[in-house]
Design a protein around this ligand. Structure first.
Ligand SMILES: NC(=O)c1ccc[n+]([C@@H]2O[C@H](COP(=O)([O-])OP(=O)(O)OC[C@H]3O[C@@H](n4cnc5c(N)ncnc54)[C@H](O)[C@@H]3O)[C@@H](O)[C@H]2O)c1
Length: 420
């Protein structure tokens, strides 16, 4: 018996379960991955934002449990769906995981149930895709059961704003659905903000991600121009950020990663085509951001050329391969694209990442940084994890290409350091 069932025990589901459990809302996590379920029931977390020492007491007290059995949904008052929403090979929305799960939910739907979709998706998904599957049971939305959309806004690794403290947006199919979903989240979250419809809630989440994608593309484009002009883009961005109003600082880098930014905006551009509408900012930002690993290859090529070496036959050691600092998330990481591009050109690639012990699909294991500093022809800083001595790295390596400004001003004083 639990108050809430969360389908999908990943980066979103596990922190959500913790927030509910700590608010004395008992929670069951339902996932198809038996290994993950076994770990959770041992109180062992594989999600960095929820350390095992915080999870274990919640599991031991029974506030959090985990199962692969969808029948656990029957006893819960609310069912939250936090499942992946990837793109297909043709870069179109792939809702098969979510809709497959909704079919399982429909088999267990009963009067009184509240169902909330938390997965990022295009406007219309809750009403046009999820509702018909649940309504086919004969139960009436708004009277027999409630249905809402509430986007998860978690930023893994972030500590100043968390699942609990980040305001929760809620849009219901009916006013009753909205009220039921708000009442649930108000039991655990600091602030709940209702919007008029699931579509508004779905689009809110996409706007947030598109805003980031477009602004990162803007500085990535500027970085490429600065490279030609011989201007330090990092200095320009930092100087602009001193303006107390009207500017928000975004940093350039080797490209977008993670489950959200490289994927979610295209959910909206796909849906927009149904309305004869082309979302040009989204496409342009995608084009610029996807080109960044190619630009990084070009920069490494020129850096090696400056010391009379070719990429072919050179050893290039990547520092940091997860998609952002201090997390072990590899999804869509631009470092993986860079490994492929460098290998295509004949480079010998090695890497160091304290959060990623191995890249089995590339036949690589994280190698010691010390050894690489002596032997690599080029060290490329792709993701700047904390705890690494970047000044020491800049001093000791033969050649450094720094895509994150980790070496800062020290790097630019050293002729062997090339910056993005
Ligand atoms: N990761 C983020 O930073 C983040 C932030 C905000 C929103 N989101 C959105 O939240 C959603 C979930 O993302 P995530 O990062 O938590 O994904 P994830 O890959 O970390 O976790 C998804 C979990 O679902 C499980 N699963 C897959 N199919 C299943 C099924 N049929 N039944 C039950 N479990 C199943 C997987 O085993 C996995 O444990 C996505 O739509 C994503 O865009 C993610």
């Amino acid at each position: 018996m639990s108050d809430v069932a969360i389908v999908g025990a990943g980066y979103v589901g596990v922190p959500l379960a913790q927030v509910f459990a700590e608010a004395r809302v008992s929670t069951v996590l339902v996932d198809v991955d038996a290994g993950r379920i076994a770990a959770l029931n041992e109180g062992e977390s594989y999600i960095e934002d929820v350390p095992s020492d915080q999870l274990r007491p919640l599991v031991e007290s029974g506030a959090i449990s985990a199962t692969t059995d969808y029948d656990a949904l029957r006893d819960a008052d609310a069912i939250l769906v936090a499942l992946p929403t990837p793109l297909s090979v043709n870069r179109e929305p792939d809702l098969s995981i979510v809709l497959g799960a909704v079919e399982e939910i429909a088999k267990r739907l009963r009067p009184g149930h509240l169902v909330v979709l938390e997965s990022t998706t295009y406007p219309g998904t809750t009403r046009e895709e999820v509702l018909p599957l649940l309504a086919a049971t004969g139960l009436q939305v708004g009277t027999d059961f409630h249905l809402a959309f509430s986007p998860e806004r978690v930023d893994p690794g972030r500590t100043d704003w968390t699942t609990k403290t980040t305001p929760k947006i809620v849009g219901g199919i009916t006013d009753g659905c909205k009220a039921a979903a708000c009442a649930l989240y108000e039991r655990a979250m600091d602030r709940v903000i209702a919007v008029s419809s699931p579509e508004a809630a779905e689009l809110t989440k996409l706007l947030e991600n598109i805003f980031r994608s477009v602004n990162i593309a803007l500085v990535n484009e500027l970085a490429q121009l600065c490279d030609r002009m011989g201007v330090d883009v990092w200095e320009v961005v930092d100087a602009a950020a001193t303006k107390p109003f009207g500017f928000m600082s975004f940093k350039p880098g080797p490209g977008l990663g993670g489950h959200c930014l490289p994927v979610d905006p295209f959910y909206l551009s796909w849906k927009a085509r149904e309305y004869d509408f082309y979302t040009e900012f989204i496409e342009l930002a995608g084009k610029i951001n996807e080109n960044m690993p190619y630009f990084c290859l070009d920069k490494i090529t020129r850096a090696l050329n400056s010391v009379e070496k070719s990429v072919k036959g050179s050893t290039v050691h990547l520092v940091g391969v997860s998609y952002k600092a201090d997390v072990g998330d590899l999804r869509e990481s631009p470092a993986l694209k860079l490994v492929e591009l460098l290998r295509d050109e004949g480079a010998h690639v090695s890497y160091h990442d304290p959060h990623i012990p191995a890249l089995p699909e590339y036949g690589l294991e994280s190698a010691s940084l010390d050894g690489a500093l002596e032997s690599a022809d080029c060290v490329a800083i792709v993701t700047a994890h904390s705890g690494i001595d970047y000044d020491g790295l800049a001093d000791r390596a033969r050649l450094v290409v720094d895509f994150r400004n980790a070496t800062g001003a020290n790097g630019s004083l050293n002729g062997r350091v090339w910056k993005l």
